[in-house]
Design a protein around this ligand. Structure first.
Ligand code: UD1
Length: 419
């Protein structure tokens, strides 16, 4: 099993180009199932979740081709199977995203239930509520969701109980081919949902309200070919910004979107970072200083993203002062705290709040990654710790960060993949 061996203590200095966004490309790959012509996607990140999604589309019967720059063409015309099986869904919960498109385009879909995962129970009740309201008959049995509809789905007014990103994406995709005008209230406003919506519009969909909590989708009979460029990954950008901040370094990230990172940039400034932004770049300079502890609460966009929580817990672990971080989006998303404590961090968990008293120096230790963003938090802590840290179960990080050891090494970190 792959591990990362990190020798901490060097400030990260340099420049990076942001990769394409994982959480945008996954729904957009699923959206290709709605079309009756090939879709071409560029700026696709080289990630394990992308490979898993491509395998899933291939198993459904789609034809895929990829060039050396990771431009993917998906031809959905030969799709003749409608099942996302357990062996794929268990490695990537986002497989649930094929449910809406398969149902809307082919009238039938079978998706294994995602089940429990490291960051809480993560139910899919909102996805099912919306599709049922649009006329689907859905049974959940033997670990599978089986959904069917006669003819086209029907438009409906959907009011979601809570803000769900993949739930909104699934219902938005399904509504593009439904008969009539669907309204989704309490929709997710995440930039990746907007990116999905823009891609659907380029395919011929009629969508209004992207980026607001009310989406209005006027169903069309068909969606056509397009070429779409995936937006940059704001969580990857944020993670490298924290890597520079935690090590007292400086970094410029290009081909990114500062406007999607307001809440994160604000907290980095509170931590003492000097930040400049342009239209598609961010420069952060810590001027060799140790960060100040920050207080924050995670929340749906435009609030502070839960996918940046672990990275800021790592930052607070070495910051000056006491910082509190409250997780409101997921239950049980503090698995990294135990591991950080093994590196000498002083963190107390009170319910869904992590209270950290920053220490001047963490110490390298063998640690275990438990999920994607927890792994990122551990790697950041290792970059600033004294001595060697061996991060085990690094396959989690490969789900969401392209060539992480190469990129960190280019910034001056001592990182090596070992087996
Ligand atoms: C997506 C992101 C993930 C991010 C999360 C929150 C992708 C592929 N993944 O995950 O990186 O951490 O948004 O920003 O885009 N919930 C329900 N019922 C539902 C659906 C969700 O109760 O039907 C709950 C979940 O358990 C959770 C909360 O709603 O507590 C938010 O989950 P959701 O936004 O759906 O997360 P994902 O879309 O799975």
């Amino acid at each position: 099993m792959n591990k990362l061996l990190i020798h901490g203590g060097k400030p990260l200095i340099g420049e990076l180009r942001a990769a394409g966004a994982k959480n945008a490309v996954l729904p957009i790959l699923a959206a290709t199932l709605l079309a009756d012509e090939p879709i071409t996607l560029s700026n696709v990140p080289h990630l394990r979740d992308v490979t898993t999604s491509m395998e899933l589309l291939g198993r459904l019967g789609a034809h895929l081709s990829v060039d050396e720059r990771m431009t993917i063409e998906v031809d959905p015309r030969a799709v003749d199977k409608f099942c996302a099986p357990y062996d794929l869904v268990k490695t990537m919960r986002a497989s649930i995203l094929v449910l809406g498109p398969l149902l809307a385009r082919h009238g039938y879909a079978e998706v294994s239930l995602p089940g429990g995962c490291a960051i809480g129970s993560r139910p899919v009740d909102q996805h099912l509520y919306g599709l049922r309201a649009m006329g689907a008959e859905i049974e959940v049995e033997a670990g599978y969701i089986r959904a069917r509809c006669r003819g086209r789905l029907r438009a409906a007014r959907l009011v979601l109980d809570l803000v769900t990103v993949t739930g909104t994406a699934n219902l938005l995709m399904a509504a593009t081919l439904a008969e009539g005008t669907t309204v989704i209230e309490n929709a997710a406003r995440e930039p990746e949902v907007v990116d999905l919506g823009e891609c659907l519009i380029a395919m011929g969909a009629d969508i209004k309200g992207l980026g607001t909590d009310t989406l209005i989708i006027c169903g069309v009979p068909r969606l056509h070919a397009t070429h779409y460029r995936i937006m940059p990954d704001r969580i990857e950008t944020g993670t490298y910004l924290v890597a520079a901040a935690i090590t007292g370094g400086q970094i410029t990230i290009r081909d990114t979107r500062p406007g999607c990172l307001d809440a994160v940039l604000l907290k980095l400034q509170e931590a003492g970072a000097h930040i400049e932004t342009g239209q598609d770049w961010i420069h952060l300079d810590m001027q060799g200083q140790r960060p100040q502890a920050v207080h924050l609460r995670t929340a749906p966009h435009p609030g502070f993203p839960t996918d940046m929580q672990a990275q800021f817990v790592a930052l607070n672990a070495v910051a000056k002062g006491v910082g509190t971080i409250t997780e409101t989006v997921f239950e049980n998303r503090f698995m990294h705290v135990n591991e950080l404590q093994r590196m000498g961090a002083v963190i107390r968990l009170e319910g869904n709040t992590a209270i950290s008293t920053g220490v001047a120096q963490l110490t390298g230790a063998p640690v275990m990654a438990t999920d994607l963003r927890a792994s990122a938090g551990l790697i950041l802590a290792a970059l600033v710790a004294q001595g060697e840290t061996l991060v085990d179960r690094i396959y989690h990080i490969d789900r969401g960060y392209e060539c992480i050891e190469e990129r960190l090494s280019r910034l001056g970190a001592s990182v090596r993949r070992v087996s």
